[in-house]
Design a protein around this ligand. Structure first.
Ligand SMILES: O=C(O)c1cc(=O)[nH]c(=O)n1[C@@H]1O[C@H](COP(=O)(O)O)[C@@H](O)[C@H]1O
Length: 276
């Protein structure tokens, strides 16, 4: 899916919600555990219940890899279901990959060709040659970690060099020089909303993937205040806050209610900002 199609979907659904599929067997309803593939059954029910309110889905690959071949099969079935049933949604493989060039090419093939995700999250710290193999897929989107939501973001990303550059800002500035940088999105944690104004000065047009509302305590209003641009420019992710709204049989309805509540907040902000 192109970024223009994503923008069209955001305006149509009046939502920039991304639902995170961080599916944990210890947290899903017990009734599903007897099924042949509980992770897929859970994901399918969540997707069917929430797709009206969301424009993107983001399976976090760790939750699948933890179960070996069976987990990878659940992931394959989930992305195939999304692509077949809801081709209008944007899909994100949250894999946080990046390695020497030939290895990155193989990661890119895994997520873009074999699994056919629209995008993948990539860690920038091995530099240009580790990211360009992802950018070489011109019809796909590479999502670079800029300023992450976790407390450890201050360990390295916020460090200032002698020349005065802050590391996450250097990552953004340098990456704009790379081939096909128009296919880049950036991760900025909702817990770091106060930095979004500065970030928007560097990248007024790129989309930002913003995780950290809900369970991590980030505020949607704060994120929108500094992060919105003329094309909306935001995908705000919530995982646990939506998918684990109930551990009972009503889990899908409960997830839909949480997704709808976020969508309604987004809709009123979009209307207020005259973006829809
Ligand atoms: O790349 C990400 O999506 C990501 C980056 C970041 O800075 N912080 C962050 O929480 N994430 C991911 O976003 C999701 C957040 O989940 P919840 O806190 O449950 O909404 C998890 O899958 C995280 O791995």
């Amino acid at each position: 899916m192109t970024i223009n199609t994503l923008i069209h979907q955001i305006k149509r659904k009046k939502s920039f919600l991304c639902v995170g599929l961080d599916t944990d067997l210890a947290k899903i309803p017990a009734v599903l555990l007897d099924k042949e593939d509980p992770i897929f059954e859970f994901n399918k029910a969540i997707i069917d219940a929430t797709h009206r309110f969301a424009v993107a889905y983001k399976p976090n690959i760790a939750f699948y890899e933890a179960h070996g071949i069976k987990g990878w099969e659940s992931l394959k079935k989930t992305i195939a279901y999304l692509n077949r049933t809801y081709p209008e949604v944007f899909t994100i493989a949250d894999a946080k990959r990046g390695d020497i060039g030939n290895t990155s090419t193989m990661y890119a093939k895994a997520f873009f060709e074999d699994l056919d995700f629209d995008s993948v999250t990539v860690a920038p710290y091995m530099g240009k040659d580790s990211v360009e193999p992802f950018l070489a897929f011109e019809d796909k989107v590479t999502i670079l970690l800029a300023l992450t939501s976790n407390p450890g973001a201050f360990d390295f990303q916020m460090q200032q060099s002698k020349e005065g550059d802050i590391l996450y800002q250097k990552v953004i500035k340098e990456s704009l020089q790379w081939n096909n940088s128009e296919n880049l999105m950036y991760v900025v944690g909702a817990t770091k909303a106060e930095f979004l104004g500065e970030i928007r000065k560097l990248i007024p047009n790129n989309f930002l993937l913003v995780p950290g509302v809900g369970a991590q305590g980030g505020s949607l209003e704060e994120v929108c205040k500094y992060g919105l641009n003329d094309a909306v420019g935001l995908l705000v992710n919530s995982s646990r806050g939506i998918i684990y709204a109930s551990k009972e049989q009503d889990f899908a309805d409960a997830a839909a209610q949480q997704a709808e509540a976020l969508q309604k907040q987004m809709e009123s902000i979009l209307i207020q900002e005259k973006l829809v």
